[in-house]
Design a protein around this ligand. Structure first.
Ligand SMILES: Nc1nc2c(ncn2[C@@H]2O[C@H](COP(=O)(O)OP(=O)(O)OP(=O)(O)O)[C@@H](O)[C@H]2O)c(=O)[nH]1
Ligand SMILES: [Mg+2]
Length: 413
């Protein structure tokens, strides 16, 4: 177990700095690092050599000595030269928030795709830092940040890491192709998809399970939920069937965090494509978090980076059971729920239903027997409520999308 001092720079009097340091501490705990002390410095901008002021570095050094720390973790991504300069004075390993996040992702990745994605992000992060790493990997063979692209590769030179990056990209491209094909198939079937998105630990997976409970088919498997940062890395899709026989696919995926490393966003783009292709997004918010508004902004910024626009969003204020003080959640298209105890899930499903199926038309049609193929097509793509075999053809009561309605409206009776 490593013992760490946390260091944060409070730029421009950020009122959320304490929350941000608490989050860093949680990230450290998730990496099995024990946090001894937190040091914050107020400044307008980082210093060119040491990131924080020289006096503050002395304070950190003193804390390291008196508390016997063997690791210093900065709340922001440090440049390779900042790390080098700080390590030469502090004489212990210096890492940053990015390394912690990458480390957690590496610990959590289970599927081949997630492992490749994380390794790619790590390799890209370590690429410009490889010289410094040689130094401390020869000194210390384990610990946070070293579960990197693997010590093996780090012993090798930049060129080999570069080849590895190219190889990872190739392997990922193949997997992405498989995922795309699956999605295309779904699209052809004209099924709506709803994507769960939000800050990590906001309750996305719990909500998914809660919605599965309300689904009439009861056949779908639950997903993993836990009080853990980044409990979910792999995308999971489940079929949800509502009481009125409307159905849609619900997708759960990786959560976001403040200062999510851009290499990770890049590497996870293929996974996150699911979000950008959804018919509807449920933005799940931990309403009990004091900084829930800041978290909403982080998520909205990542969605923007992913090029998500024009997709309707429902703001789902979750964990409302934990909210004691009066708070007003003003956002249009929003709802307060508790995914844990099932409060307001039915109302949320009504909202989803109304948004998804608003352009759906309910009608009666009659298909002559020689047009049986159209009937078969519609049976696959629409919701056939009842079928009657009459002398002059097949009479159906049906709910279908506007486009299909327009195509076949000559059969309407
Ligand atoms: N009190 C309360 N706790 C909740 C609620 N919803 C989720 N939680 C808890 O919050 C924690 C995180 O829940 P998850 O569903 O795993 O969160 P997530 O958004 O999927 O998190 P990641 O996959 O890590 O991004 C778990 O301990 C849940 O039990 C809620 O409505 N009320
Ligand atoms: Mg989850």
């Amino acid at each position: 177990m490593e013992n760490a001092i946390l260091v944060g720079l409070n730029l421009n009097n950020d009122e959320n700095i304490d929350e941000s340091m608490l989050e860093l501490s949680n990230l450290a705990t998730a990496c099995e690092v024990s946090v001894l002390h937190t040091i914050i410095q107020k400044r307008d901008k980082p210093t060119p050599n040491l990131y924080i002021g020289k006096g503050k570095v002395d304070e950190v050094l003193e804390a390291i000595t008196t508390m016997e720390a063997d690791l210093v973790i900065f709340n922001d991504e440090l440049s390779p030269s900042h790390i080098r300069n700080l390590e030469s004075i502090l004489k212990v390993k210096v890492i940053d928030r990015t390394v912690l996040i990458l480390d957690i992702f590496a610990r959590r990745a289970k599927t081949k795709e997630a492992m490749l994605q994380v390794e790619l992000a790590q390799a890209k992060y370590f690429m410009p830092r490889i010289v410094g790493l040689h130094k401390y990997f020869s000194r210390q063979k384990s610990g946070t940040g070293s579960k990197g692209p693997g010590e093996q590769q780090l012993e090798l030179d930049r060129r080999i890491l570069k080849n590895r990056i190219a190889k990872l990209k190739r392997a990922l491209r193949e997997l992405v192709q498989i995922r795309r094909t699956q999605r295309e198939k779904r699209k052809k079937n004209d099924v709506f998809t709803v994507s769960l998105t939000g800050y990590t630990n906001s309750g996305k997976s719990t909500l998914m399970n809660s919605i599965i409970d309300f689904s009439t088919t009861h056949l779908e498997q639950y997903v993993f939920e836990k009080n853990l940062l980044f409990a979910t890395l792999e995308t999971k899709t489940r079929n949800i069937n509502l009481e009125n026989n409307h159905n849609f696919l619900l997708t759960d995926t990786v959560g976001f965090i403040d200062r999510l490393p851009h290499h990770l966003i890049e590497a996870f783009k293929s996974t996150l494509e699911e979000i950008s292709e959804a018919s509807l997004i449920l933005h799940v918010i931990d309403a009990s978090n004091p900084n829930y508004e800041g978290q909403i902004s982080v998520v909205e910024k990542v969605l923007e980076d992913l090029g998500v626009s024009d997709i309707p969003i429902i703001y789902v204020f979750n964990k409302i059971d934990l909210v004691v003080e009066e708070k007003v959640f003003i956002k249009e298209n929003s709802i307060c729920i508790s995914a844990l105890n099932g409060d307001n899930i039915e109302q949320l499903l009504d909202m989803i239903d109304a948004l998804l199926f608003k352009s759906i038309i309910k009608t009666k049609m009659l298909f002559p027997y020689n047009k049986g193929n159209i009937y078969s097509e519609l049976k696959e793509n629409s919701n056939v409520i009842s079928t009657l075999y009459k002398d002059d053809g097949i009479e159906v009561e049906i709910e279908l999308k506007k486009s299909l309605y327009n195509k076949y409206k000559i059969y309407v009776i």
